[in-house]
Design a protein around this ligand. Structure first.
Ligand code: NAG
Ligand code: NAG
Ligand code: NAG
Length: 483
C-alpha cells in the first residue's frame, strides 16, 4: 500500500528558500534564553502545542486516507530484534536498503532524526566496517547530490543525500531519504554497525527529510501510532560477549508480554516535537530528593542512542553529594564522579506522577581501574547548550522500563518490565540475525527534504571515556539557525 501526499512540493520550496542560510551555533557557554523553544526558522507548519500537533497528525492522516481511496486498511506491526553491543554501550537493529535489498546494522537512536549508512567509498572512520552501501548496485537509488552533515554528542558524520527503498520489520518506504557517509568520527561505527537510524522528529533532521518511522506513522501504516523498546542488560555480566541479544524494537504496537500494568504516557511539552522530550519531575538518590528547576530547565530527551544519563552540573553534583565517599572525577573521568564500589546506589526518576527505579547495576558504570575500590557512576555532567534539552536520559534508565514512543498524541510512555523481559537480562546467547521481514505495509515519504546548513557542535562538555567503550551519545545538536 502506497500513500503519497501533495505537501511535498510546498515543503521542498520552503526548504530550498532557506537552504543557503548558515548555521550559527551559540558561542560556547552562552545559552539562549528559552533554548528549547521552536527554532527561528521552521521547516514545517507543525507549530503550536502538543495538542495542536496531535490534531495536525490526525487530520493529516485522515486527509491522506480520504485522498488516496480512503483505505489504509492494511495496517500492521512488526518487531526487529535488537543486538546489545559491548555490554550495553549501544543497541542496534537491522534494516535493508535498495533493490535488491542489502541489510545493514544501524544504531537505533531516538535522540536524532536522520538515517545514514557508511558508503562504499568511506574515507574516514570506516576501518573495519565490513558492510558499506554501494549505490551502484541498487537499481532504485537516486542521488540527491546534496551535502549532508550531522554532529552528535559523541562525533559527526558527513556525506551526500540519496533516496532509495528502505525496509525494516515488515515496513517499507520506497523513497526514503538517507545519507551515504564518507566521513565518520573514529569510534562511532563499531563492526558490525554500518550506520544509524534516527527515530526522533523530522523537525531536527539535518537532512530535512521525513524519518522512516514518521512517514509510516503519519501514513497510518501502523496498528497503533507508536514504537516500543525493551533493552537488555549485560553490564554486570562479566561473561558477556561483545554482541548479545539486546531486546526488541516494535513498530506499530506494543508487545504485551514484555511489560506488566499500564503504560504511563506523558505528553511531550507543547511546542516541541523535536526530540522525545519529557519534563523530569523528580530525582532521588538513596531515597533523598535532589531539587530540580521547574519547567523547561528540567526537560529531558529520552534517548535510546545515548548509553548513560547526562544532566546539568549542579544537579549531578547534588546527586553525588548524597553518596558518601563520592568525588568528581579527573583526567579521563572529567565530568564523571567516582564513588565507593561497595555502595549500591539506587536512583529514581519521575516523569509526571510516576517514579521509576534504576538498578544499582546500571548506576555502577565501571571500576576506575582493576584494583580500585572506586567506581564511576553512570550519571555525568553535560552542558547541552543550543536548543537541546538539559538532560539526556539514555540506556542506563531505559534498561529498567518498557518504553513507548507515541506519535499521536505525541508522548512517551513507560511501564514495568515483565518477568519475561527481565528474564532476558544477562542470558548469554547468539545475537539475533539481521531480518527485515516481508513487507506488510509501505508508505511514501511526503517530503524529501534537503540538507540544512551543516550543524556544528556547540560547547558540550563531552566527557569521553577511553577506558570503557561505553559512551555513545547519539543525540544530535539541533541549533538555532539565524536568518
Ligand atoms: C552523489 O553525487 C555526488 C556528486 O554530486 C557524489 O560526490 C557522490 O559520491 C554521489 N553519491 C553516491 C552514493 O553515489
Ligand atoms: C545484574 O543486575 C540485576 C539488577 O540489579 C540483577 O538482578 C542481576 O542478578 C545482576 N546479575 C549479575 C550477574 O550480577
Ligand atoms: C513478544 O515478546 C515475547 C517475549 O520476548 C516474544 O516471545 C514474542 O515473540 C514477542 N511477540 C512479538 C509479536 O514479537
Amino acid at each position: 500500500m502506497i500513500i503519497t501526499s501533495p505537501t511535498s512540493v510546498v515543503l521542498s520550496v520552503l526548504l530550498l528558500s532557506t537552504a543557503c542560510s548558515t548555521s550559527q551555533p551559540s558561542p560556547p557557554g552562552i545559552q539562549k534564553p528559552r533554548f528549547w523553544s521552536v527554532p527561528l526558522r521552521r521547516r514545517t507548519s507543525l507549530r503550536g502545542s502538543g495538542d495542536d500537533f496531535s490534531s495536525w497528525a490526525m487530520n493529516h492522516r485522515d486527509m491522506l486516507r480520504t485522498k488516496y481511496g480512503g483505505s489504509l486498511d492494511k495496517r500492521d506491526s512488526g518487531t526487529n530484534l535488537i543486538t546489545n553491543q559491548n555490554s550495553d554501550s549501544s543497541y542496534f537493529g537491522s534494516l535493508a536498503i535498495g533493490t535488491p535489498p542489502v541489510s545493514f546494522d544501524v544504531i537505533l537512536d531516538t535522540g536524532s532524526a536522520d538515517l545514514w549508512v557508511a558508503g562504499k567509498d568511506c574515507a574516514r572512520g570506516c576501518e573495519g566496517v565490513s558492510s558499506t552501501f554501494d549505490a551502484s548496485s541498487s537499481s532504485t537509488f537516486a542521488n540527491q547530490s546534496t551535502a549532508f552533515s550531522i554532529t552528535y554528542g559523541s562525533g559527526d558524520a558527513s556525506g551526500t543525500l540519496g533516496q532509495d527503498v528502505v525496509q525494516m520489520a515488515g515496513f517499507s518506504v520506497p523513497n526514503q531519504v538517507f545519507a551515504v557517509c564518507d566521513q565518520v568520527s573514529e569510534g562511532m561505527l563499531d563492526e558490525p554497525v554500518s550506520g544509524l537510524l534516527g527515530l526522533a522528529f523530522q523537525k531536527i533532521a539535518s537532512s530535512g527529510a521525513s524519518p522512516f518511522w514518521e512517514t509510516l506513522a503519519a501514513a497510518g501504516a501502523w496498528d497503533e501510532p507508536l514504537m516500543a523498546f525493551q533493552l537488555s542488560r549485560f553490564m554486570n555480566d562479566s561473561s558477556a560477549s561483545d554482541l548479545e541479544p539486546g531486546g526488541s524494537f516494535t513498530l506499530g504496537s506494543v508487545n504485551t508480554s514484555l511489560y506488566t500494568g499500564d503504560i504511563d504516557y506523558i505528553n511531550i511539552p507543547s511546542g516541541t516535537g523535536t526530540y522525545w522530550i519529557l519534563p523530569l519531575t523528580g530525582l532521588t538518590v538513596q531515597g533523598n530528593s535532589v531539587s530540580l528547576p521547574s519547567g523547561s530547565g528540567s526537560y529531558a530527551a529520552i534517548d535510546t542512542g545515548t548509553t548513560l544519563v547526562g544532566g546539568p552540573s549542579a544537579e549531578i553534583a547534588s546527586l553525588f553529594a548524597q553518596i558518601p565517599g563520592s568525588a568528581p572525577g579527573s583526567g579521563n573521568f572529567e565530568g564523571y564522579y567516582t564513588y565507593p564500589c561497595d555502595t549500591d546506589v539506587t536512583v529514581t526518576l519521575s516523569f509526571g506522577g510516576k517514579t521509576w527505579t534504576i538498578s544499582p547495576a546500571d548506576f555502577r558504570l565501571s571500576q576506575v581501574d582493576a584494583r580500585s575500590a572506586l567506581c564511576v557512576g553512570a550519571f555525568f555532567e553535560i552542558s547541552t547548550g543550543g536548543s537541546s534539552p538539559a538532560w539526556i536520559i539514555g540506556d542506563t534508565f531505559l534498561k529498567n522500563v518498557y518504553s513507548v514512543f507515541r506519535y499521536s498524541p505525541p508522548s512517551v510512555g513507560f511501564a514495568q518490565l515483565s518477568a519475561a523481559a527481565l528474564g532476558q537480562n544477562g542470558v548469554d546467547a547468539a545475537p539475533p540475525v539481521a531480518t527485515i521481514g516481508s513487507v506488510a505495509a509501505s508508505a511514501l515519504a511526503t517530503s524529501t527534504g534537503s540538507s540544512r546548513a551543516a550543524n556544528s557542535a556547540v560547547n558540550s562538555q563531552q566527557p569521553m571515556f577511553s577506558h570503557v567503550r561505553v559512551i555513545a551519545l547519539m543525540y544530535t545538536f539541533w541549533m538555532f539557525v539565524m536568518l
